[in-house]
Design a protein around this ligand. Structure first.
Ligand SMILES: Cc1cc2nc3c(=O)[nH]c(=O)nc-3n(C[C@H](O)[C@H](O)[C@H](O)COP(=O)(O)O)c2cc1C
Length: 278
């Protein structure tokens, strides 16, 4: 049930909800108010609620008064550019865990990232305490040790080469290359059955990463953790609560950085294919 409601005292019949609806499922008869005739066509994106200039539309029980008004502060182009260019991969972390409220705020905000066909299926699995992360770290390295002893692997397989390096750094130098000593790990997963599980997860993590940076929190896209969770030890992901019918989109680590950068790096120019006529 969509529960599409129009406040007739507020609706000015401007038709914006009709023209903006991506599935064209809203209609309005002359002199009447907007209606959704076939609910099956609705994508539940809430564009009708968002575009309504007078806040007259409610759908799925959502009250437009609880939305954030958009005429106020948005980051400037300059602040966004600084954020995008100033974001760095953080590989050194302070030991302390983040406040759980901050973690929840970050993840709930990142859940607003777009998803294919508005599936909204991304699950964030996160360790919220240093103890939980420490236990996981130990299990990962125990597993890596067993893997390298027992697996009949291809010596050219890059994943094994990296695992060998990580195992040696951990056992010989007490250096954790897989989790970088971070206080938290984050796995974004989504049901394999939704249209675009991997893409949805990666976009959600990108959103998380940028928002985290505005709060002084550092992140790292963690390919080694990804290999551990998806390829080598999927049972660890299951133990953390990632459902078995989920695709792991990607893994990250995060926490308070123990390193500060004074300036942006300078990348080579972007590869642009500018097509002016076709
Ligand atoms: C998909 C992906 C996986 C990555 N995996 C790792 C990793 O396992 N370990 C690591 O130290 N850095 C990892 N990185 C970080 C990259 O090395 C880093 O983004 C790159 O060197 C550029 O540095 P910057 O992020 O500070 O701009 C990964 C980055 C991406 C996008």
């Amino acid at each position: 049930m969509l529960n599409f409601k129009v406040n007739e005292g507020l609706c000015i019949r401007c038709g914006k909800c009709i023209t903006d609806c991506p599935t064209m499922c809203i209609s309005m008869l002359e002199g009447d108010f907007p209606v959704i005739l076939d609910e099956n066509n609705c994508m539940r994106c809430q564009h009708c609620l968002a575009v309504c200039p007078t806040g007259a539309i409610s759908i799925m029980g959502v009250d437009p008064a609880d939305s954030i008004e958009l005429q106020y502060e948005l980051p400037t182009a300059h602040s966004m550019e600084t954020l995008i260019k100033g974001r760095r991969s953080i590989r050194k972390y302070k030991n302390n865990a983040l406040d759980k409220k901050i973690i929840t705020k970050l993840l709930e905000t990142a859940s607003h990232a777009p998803t294919g066909v508005n599936a909204q299926g991304v699950l964030f699995t996160v360790t919220t305490t240093t103890e939980a992360t420490e236990e996981l770290r130990k299990e990962i390295y125990e597993n890596v040790s067993r893997l390298l002893k027992t697996a009949d692997y291809d010596k050219d397989d890059l994943r094994f080469q990296y695992m060998n390096m990580a195992h040696s750094a951990y056992t010989n130098h007490d250096v954790d290359v897989i989790l970088r000593g971070a206080p938290h790990i984050l796995i974004a997963s989504a049901p394999k059955a939704i249209p675009l599980p991997k893409e949805d997860c990666v976009i959600a993590l990108s959103t998380f990463e940028l928002f985290a940076q505005t709060m002084g929190i550092g992140t790292l896209w963690d390919g080694m953790l990804q290999w551990c969770m998806e390829d080598f030890f999927p049972e660890l992901a299951v133990k953390l609560g990632v459902p078995e019918d989920h695709k792991i989109g990607y893994c990250m680590i995060f926490g308070h950085p123990a390193v500060q950068y004074a300036r942006t790096v300078q990348r080579k120019p972007g590869s642009l294919n500018l097509v002016d006529s076709f």
